[in-house]
Design a protein around this ligand. Sequence first.
Ligand SMILES: Cc1ncc(COP(=O)(O)O)c(C=O)c1O
Length: 490
Amino acid sequence: MTQVPTIEKNLQTLEQAALTLEPSPSERSFIQTSVETYAQSFLTELETLPAYVEHPAMGGGLLESPLSEEPLPVQQALALLKEHVDTPGLNPASGGHLGYIPGGGLYYAALGDYLAAVSNRYAGLFYSAPGAVRMENMLIRWMAEIIGFPKDAVGNLASGGSIATLIALATARDAQKITARMIPDAVVYMSAHAHHCLDKALRIAGLGDCPVREIPMDAHFKLQPDALAQAIEQDLAAGLTPWLVIATAGTTDVGAVDPLPELAEIARQHQLWFHVDAAYGGFFALAPAGKQKLKGIELADSVVMDPHKGLFIPYGLGAVLIKDRDQLAKTHHYQANYMQDTLSATEEASPADLSPELSKHFRGLRLWLPLKLHGVAAFRSALEEKLLLAQYAFQKLRQMPGFEAPVVPELSVVLFRYLPSENNNVDHFNQELIKAIQLDGRVFLSSTKVDGHFMLRIAILSFRTHKATIDLCLTLLQQKAQDLELTRQK
Ligand SMILES: Cc1ncc(COP(=O)(O)O)c(C=O)c1O
């Protein structure tokens, strides 16, 4: 009898054990059916599920099921998911999510993710996955067209607005030739309502010591062009180096769009990089009413717009668009001996050359599939509906006794608060009001501080939010405000 060498014997044993990672067709089908049943019941129940669940354990029960050497039956795994992950906290899939900037969760996007994960196409390089890269670049060109960017603009599908912003600002830094030595004098301009991811991106890009001028806003919370021009002139006179103007097309706090044409013109006059954060507002350009509001966005050097906001895709998809193709590549390209085979395939730009990522999720499929299966018109209508719902909510709030809505919503965020009959502690009353709404859970609202006042917001962007949701929200606000008034009078 021939002796099987030890190494081969070991390989046989290990292979048998490792083979469990490749389920058989019947095992796959069983698990798939269980998972799909879970997903379907989540979606069916969604209408009656709360938008927010306050849960004392905060998902802590999950930790009582530690990872183990042994497999767990799928039903038990799904039960853990339901109880500890999908129940406590905010339910972003709910149409009742009217806080922060609501996310989406299109079902066909989930299927796109599933297919992307099954095939595991390597979408970082054109050489490796030409079709996947073509798809992602096609989506970027489509977005560029929506906002009126030139056909040869480039970009990247990133994990979200924050990373997309980092890519934009790193590119801007290099385009403006801001070196380490210049940073203490290199001035950035934005309003107090610019999203905090801009500040974060500046810090991560090594620009944290750049002076940042907070340019005043007008009564509609829009950055004032005159004040910007003046600040730039002052900095130039002081021998500083202005280099970056940041505008927002849809602020998170109130949904305001800064005066883009005027700001672009000032940036152009001084040859500064003009970045527009349209992470929230950008896709409203698909709707005729929104396009009008975003006029001037096409004049930007870089734009961030998030499909996981304005196109209702599940979290994990932001986009950056940049006109200067060469600069985006110069800032992000890389070289490695082991990648030399890929260099010949240059017909399409590779995401790995245009972003910090090398291995990346094939994000394009989660956007391409729903766009293909629904058609763009459905998105246009949904966005138009969101804009109109905001006007509806605003008009209703203005008619509701005790409520104050100080600004006409420009996009789909409605700012408001309640002015109680005993007007001595308005902020505290509104804190109590939002707590009562969150405790009820049927809709979720978040708050902000504007001009030092505690304000509430209705942010409308979920594709599942319709008129009935807004009516429910307004009824709850009236009821809870009345209840609070009554308890105060006791
Ligand atoms: C205007 C704006 N910019 C940027 C961001 C950051 O995007 P993300 O959360 O995708 O990183 C947000 C998030 O809400 C936003 O509203």
